[in-house]
Every structure is written in structure tokens, then in C-alpha cells.
Design a protein around this ligand. Structure first.
Ligand code: FE2
Length: 310
């Protein structure tokens, strides 16, 4: 689909949803999600389109959520009062538009009228839009977890980033997300998901750095290493988008530490999706920021990124 090169493009969020407890606990990520939601509403966003990490299809291509009255799957370790009454706002009217863009990109897309929503997406929506979200469409992954395919899904939908479409794209996965390497005891025993008796593993720190270097290139020029501190926003000094982002993001899955950081590929597909959304010609100067991060369960890095700006 054609792009009007004079039309401004909306930013894209790449969030790490972490454990279910991120729905209910105060944290920097929650504050950042709320800030991003407030900005979206102030900018008149009317559609949210998300790819999460918990819905994959074995059919060809991907599925598009088209359930007019989806249920919420329950979440462990969270008071139901924090999510039960939240009204989901499915955007069934947006499905044909998304389907046509995907098919124009050669991607098979099938509407699924039965899908019920999972916490990887509605956790983020509740924290971004506590007063109610704009109409939202969810995209499944394909169970192949092919990085280039999921990047192409984002690329096919990139024209909808044009400001006139009033659409905000969100990828919900994880920067470092290996459930087999998490230290779960403090959460199981004390409901403390942020406890960290020992530092994160070097493999987790290394891979976190690779993700930041991909999305916030040359950030050290803005905040030199000796002035960096935990909780301080990281902003790339050089643009992060364009074709180089596609190459860098897909290459992360070949990084020597990748399999340590992601025992399964599901929580890294949103990164590929975002790389496609922000990986077109004209995206080279997009601003990349890591607006917040929280480490959970010792080794899980929940880094929150925004590419571009309103
Ligand atoms: Fe998840």
C-alpha cells in the first residue's frame, strides 16, 4: 500500500509485559505505559493494533482478533479487582482494513471471531488506558516464529502509521524473557516479583544491552556511561529505524546470547513486528528511547521502548 511521504507518521511502542504481576504492582514501567496512553489519547488516537506473545496460529499466516465480545483469560498473582471489571474494546470494524494491508503484502490473514484476550495485551491496555482504551485489534503470531515473516507483518501494516489513520501500534513481548532462568521463589513465596537476591546473570545483562543498542543507537553520546543511572531514560542520539533496524532486529535472534535470553521465541516476535513497522525508507531518523525498565524475578528485563514521536 502506498505511503504519502509528506504525511507524518505515528510512533510505535515496543513493551515488555513481564510477569502477570506487572498488572497490579507499582513500577516505572506502569508509569511509562500510562504516560504513553495519555499521550495517545491527547493525540486523538482512535485505533490500537497490538501483537502480543501468547497467541500463535499453526494455520498459514496470522489471525486477526474479530471477537465482538471477548472474555479475559484469568491472570495468576493479581487481585481480580484490578482487571475483571475492565471493559475490553474490540475494534471489529478495523479488521477488513488490516486484512487488506496484510494481503497486499502477501500475508495470509484470517479473522478469528472466537479469540479471547490474554494478559500479554490487556495487561498493557489497562495500564495505558485505565479509563478505557481506544478500539483495539490484536494480531496473532505464526507458530513458525520466523523473524523475517513477523517483520514483514509489521512492514505490511506500516502505511497505517500515517497520522491520518489515527492508529497506534504496540508490540508486547520481552527484552529478556526466559521463564526457565527466572528466579521464581520470591514471587511464589512472598508475592514479590521485583525481589533480587543476586544480580541478573551476565547473559541477561549482555542481551539487554544488545536490545538497547539496536533501538537507541549512540545513546552513550547523550548520557555518557559514567553518568548513566538506573531509572534514567535512555535516548538514542542517532536514528533507529529504516532498513538497518530490520537487519539489526532480526540479527538479534542469531546473537550468541539469544537462546539464553529467550528460551522460546514467542516473546521476541513483537520486536520483529516493530522492526517491520519502523523499517521502511523514511524511518531512518526515528528517535529511539527506552523510557523505563523493571527487572523481575532476577533475570527478566522488562524494558519499555518507543520508536518515533508524535
Ligand atoms: Fe508473556
Amino acid at each position: 500500500m502506498a505511503i504519502d511521504k509528506t504525511e507524518p507518521m505515528n510512533p510505535v511502542h515496543l513493551f515488555s509485559h513481564g510477569s502477570t504481576m506487572m498488572l497490579g504492582e507499582e513500577c516505572l514501567s506502569g508509569d511509562y505505559w500510562k504516560k504513553c496512553g495519555d499521550e495517545a489519547l491527547a493525540q486523538g488516537i482512535e485505533h490500537v493494533v497490538m501483537m502480543g506473545a501468547h497467541w500463535a496460529t499453526s494455520l498459514p499466516g496470522i489471525l486477526i482478533s474479530a471477537n465482538p465480545k471477548p472474555e479475559k483469560s484469568p491472570v495468576a498473582y493479581v487481585d481480580p479487582a484490578k482487571y475483571k471489571s475492565y471493559k475490553l474494546n474490540p475494534d471489529v470494524g478495523m479488521v477488513p482494513t488490516i486484512k487488506s494491508h496484510l494481503e497486499a503484502g502477501g500475508i495470509t490473514a484470517t479473522a478469528d471471531p472466537t479469540f479471547n484476550w490474554i494478559h500479554d495485551t490487556y495487561l498493557i491496555l489497562i495500564r495505558m488506558f485505565p479509563g478505557g482504551s481506544p478500539p483495539t485489534t490484536l494480531l496473532s503470531m505464526n507458530h513458525s516464529y520466523d523473524p523475517h515473516f513477523h517483520m514483514s507483518v509489521g512492514a505490511a501494516l506500516r502505511p497505517l502509521r500515517e497520522k491520518k489513520h489515527k492508529t497506534l501500534f504496540v508490540g508486547s513481548g520481552g527484552a529478556v524473557h526466559n521463564l526457565y532462568r527466572n528466579i521464581w521463589e520470591p514471587m511464589f513465596l512472598y508475592r514479590d516479583n521485583f525481589a533480587r537476591v543476586n544480580p541478573p546473570g551476565s547473559w541477561a545483562l549482555d542481551f539487554r544491552q544488545e536490545v538497547i543498542d539496536t533501538i537507541c543507537p549512540a545513546y552513550e553520546e547523550e548520557v555518557p556511561m559514567e553518568k548513566a543511572s538506573y531509572g534514567k531514560k535512555i535516548v538514542g542520539k542517532k536514528g533507529c529505524g529504516g532498513l538497518m533496524l530490520r537487519r539489526k532486529a532480526t540479527s538479534l535472534m542469531k546473537h550468541p546470547m539469544y537462546r539464553e535470553a529467550h528460551a522460546t521465541d514467542d516473546h521476541f516476535m513483537a520486536t520483529m513486528f516493530v522492526a517491520g513497522l519502523c523499517g521502511g525508507e523514511g524511518d531512518e531518523d526515528m528517535r529511539g528511547e527506552m523510557g523505563a525498565e523493571d527487572w523481575e524475578l532476577t533475570n527478566m528485563c522488562n524494558a519499555q521502548f518507543t520508536l518515533g514521536a508524535y
